[in-house]
Design a protein around this ligand. Sequence first.
Ligand code: SF4
Length: 439
Amino acid sequence: MNISDSERIHTVMKDAGFGFEARMEEADLIIMNTCSVKQKAEDKVWGHFNKIKHLRRKNKNVRVGLTGCMVRESGVAKAYASELISKDKLFQSSDMLDFVFRIEDLPRLNSYLSIVYNKEIGQDYSDELTSYFGVRPEYAQSFQVYVPVQTGCNKFCTYCIVPFTRKREVSRSMQEIIEEVKALADQGAREVTLLGQTVNSYSHPGSPEEYSKNNFAELLFHINKIPGIARIRYTSPHPMDMNSELIRAHVELEKVCNHVHLPAQSGDTEVLRRMNRKYTRERYMEVVREVKEKIPDVGITTDIIVGFCGETDEEFEQTSALFREVEFDTSFTSRYSSRKGTYSDKNLLDDVPSSVKAARWHHLNNLMIEILMEKNAKLIGKTYAILTEKVLPDGRFEGMTTNYKRVQFQSKKKDIIGKIIPVQITHSKEFVLLGKPIS
Ligand code: SF4
């Protein structure tokens, strides 16, 4: 989501006449696009603040702005104007920032810049656009694109700050999304990843043609018809909205990848209740079973939080057991860190010692490596279609299978970035497969 938002910020700034510097040290305007989902993500921003302090000492003309999930209210610093001063708490507590804006206020960015620079900078988009989604982004990679379809969240997991920062769920119009993907396909996009906080709760008015119970599956149905697009991915779904129609879409729509990211967060029903995840271990496993049974050669990945408030050894053991049962292809595992303002921060005790959280994290990581070593070894000899993404420093290429396996290989052909080529697997490691292209 942040990559996609940054691409939109890039467009607005370019239209306003700004050039771009590869290194922060060379720039005289710095905009940080933040994430606040974990403490670690926020710490990164504080780390950059120290660097910026140093840069500002050297160059008084450097201006600094902040956006993304750490920002609650848009505006400029007191020094620039008597109106439009942001009451954002983080902004008020820092003397480093000249302006802040909620990402949803991106169409008004030029107004804030005009105040900060005390001259007319570009034109606001806010008169023409109903939302920031309408800003057509400048994509970082032309063959692999991220398209937001929805933002915000109505689920209110007790540990999560997103419903407070991104606010309630808003879906884009289906027509607008289809037009954007068509335009991208015309410019060479092969793989599109649809984005949303709970992407599969996407909703739209109107009568569906194919999938009557799942608006997101209907969206996949329309995108599947766009010529030029070869692969469709999406992230991040919520297990509660992963219904049979959406699973059917994976089977029927040939461009929808056989990869399902299914954030479990915990394998214990009582912990899931404290997290307000709205499903039980049993319901989660029902979805997994249906996904495995219906989608051929499916890759299943997940997100797990260890050490959530009050998590006992027995409750954690349920998560380990879930891991073994599902045999996840990857887990993005994090140690619980309390986010200010959330329900769990206000009402639950963050009482699992950090040494226990660390031990549980390592346990799951080792388990994942063990499972992947075994699963990946079975793939030797198989051939996969790889979308080549990049060249590694040693000259080999790297790309992904449709079911989310990373594959590295050598190729005599050098113009294969962005192309889909068949690669036979020759060796396996825990996080990567090695192979050779076949003609
Ligand atoms: Fe946060 Fe839960 Fe919404 Fe995901 S579903 S964005 S974890 S509140």
